[in-house]
Design a binder for this molecule. Structure first.
Ligand code: ADP
Length: 447
């Protein structure tokens, strides 16, 4: 087992990894920007190194600085968390060639899955359903029109290098196709340096359902059931839950089995998530693989009892998974609300600043994964999430009631947060009945 791990991240996920290390008797090394010198991850880790100025491109994304910290700290492995360099195959490769184990999949698997069009072909090869669409990248507008007519409008143009909803455009009809293709290519080229796009049928009012998978380096692959992440605003997830409401059991089994086939076919080890959209008839379609731990992993931990970060560390060190699929049971219902420093009454405008007073909720079934404390100044340089409120109760109705109570109990003064917005969602009949889809927030709350 590793003796020392560097965490190439900040915020709550850095704390989450430090906590796992501590419980496993592994030393932890934090890296931080100048703006994060007073952060909790810096004080909780066994050692910490400053890797540059506030801007992420000058610090958390600086591969040479992070490798230098790993060398000075004399670590065995590097955990990338999520965001920043987590899905950067080059960073993964550099870690390994510098003598540090990368806690994640191989650079080869990461690279292939990071290209959405390649991932789509791999899904087809593993007999995993994909949204009807083009067979490969679309270079010719005339060919695009033929394919679009065949799959039927509206169509969705997607960037093969895409992420965070960038380079994605809907074309409602034939007359809009050429312009939409152009916009998607230009946006993708600017954002990712790769203008390659492909076409998919635009699925109306889908649910977003994703399957958590963990695989070791000995060919064992298990799923930890699925999560519903349909409460989204502008493709950003706000609330996640497990298991997903209103998914028939036979469909749940099919979707989880498909995710395992996908991961097996990609020769993938470590934690990963296979994302699907599910239409109104419960047909599911692969959209992408996230080759990292995700923000919403705690809901899967709560229903299965598996510590995903420890599992990641163990399989990266070459250990076999300590369980098989039949050992994994889904118990109760878990919900996570992302608490962001944003003002929901002002179009979710980021609201960094000093937290003058903080009271965090507790009680039976409540978990709060957060790096903030009273007096902490939320810096403006990074994403606005200040914590994740997670509840786990025997039923979905009880989980909703506990979450509402916990949200009410939480007191964050000095900045606005998304907590009041979550309470409104949890009271909405569509959410309570589990009928919501990815368009729900826009439909129900955006005027
Ligand atoms: P990104 O990596 O840029 O976030 P994804 O492929 O994960 O892109 O898609 C983001 C969101 O876009 C999904 O959660 C879903 O809501 C929507 N989406 C993706 N593909 C389709 C599709 N074919 N039809 C309708 N909506 C889609």
């Amino acid at each position: 087992m590793f003796e020392k791990i560097l965490i190439a991240n900040r915020g709550e996920i850095a704390l989450r990894i430090i906590r796992a290390c501590r419980e496993m008797g592994i030393q932890s090394v934090a890296v931080h920007s100048q703006a994060d010198a007073d952060s909790m991850h810096v004080s909780l880790a066994d050692e910490a190194y400053c890797v540059g100025p506030a801007r992420s491109v000058d610090s958390y994304l600086k591969i040479d600085q992070i490798i230098a910290a790993a060398e000075v700290g004399n670590v065995d492995a590097i955990h990338p968390g999520y965001g920043f360099l987590a899905e950067n195959a080059h960073f993964n490769e550099v870690c390994r060639s510098s003598g540090f184990e990368f806690i994640g999949p191989s650079p080869q698997a990461m690279e292939k899955l990071g290209d959405k069009n390649t991932a789509r072909s791999m899904a087809v090869a593993s007999n995993v359903p994909v949204v009807p669409g083009s067979d490969g990248l679309i270079e010719d507008d005339k060919l695009a029109l033929d394919i679009a007519r065949e799959i039927g409008f509206p169509v969705l143009i997607k960037a093969t290098a895409g992420g965070g909803g960038k380079g994605m455009r809907v074309a409602e009809n034939e007359s809009k196709l050429a312009a939409a293709l152009n916009q998607a290519r230009t946006e993708a080229q600017a954002a990712f340096g790769n203008g390659g796009v492909y076409l998919e049928r635009y699925v109306g009012n889908p649910r977003h359902i994703e399957v958590q998978v963990i695989a070791d380096q000995h060919g064992n692959v298990c799923h930890l059931f699925e999560r519903d992440c349909s409460v989204q605003r502008r493709h950003q997830k706000l609330i996640e839950e497990a298991p997903s409401p209103n998914l028939p059991d036979d469909r749940r089994k099919e979707i989880c089995d498909a995710a395992v086939r996908m991961i097996r076919g990609a020769d993938y080890s470590n934690a990963g998530t296979v994302e699907f959209i599910v239409d109104e008839q419960d047909n599911f379609y692969f959209i992408e693989v996230n080759a990292r731990i995700q923000v919403e992993h705690p809901v899967s931990e709560m229903i299965t009892g598996v510590d995903l970060i420890k599992a990641q560390i163990r399989v990266a060190a070459g250990e076999k998974l300590p369980f098989c699929q039949d050992d994994i049971k889904c118990v109760g219902h878990a919900i996570e609300c992302r608490i962001n420093a944003e003002n929901p009454d002002k179009n979710f405008q980021p609201n960094p600043g000093k937290i003058t007073r903080l009271f965090t909720p507790g009680g039976l079934g409540v978990r709060f994964d957060s790096h903030v404390y009273g007096g902490y100044v939320v810096p403006p340089h990074y994403d606005s999430m200040i914590g994740k409120l997670i509840v786990h109760r025997p039923t979905r109705a009880e989980a909703i009631a506990t979450m509402r109570r916990a949200l009410e109990e939480m007191q964050v003064e000095g900045i606005s947060t998304t907590a009041p917005f979550h309470d409104r969602v949890l009271q909405h009949p569509e959410f309570i009945e589990g009928r919501h889809d990815t368009k729900f927030v826009e439909r129900a709350f955006v005027k």
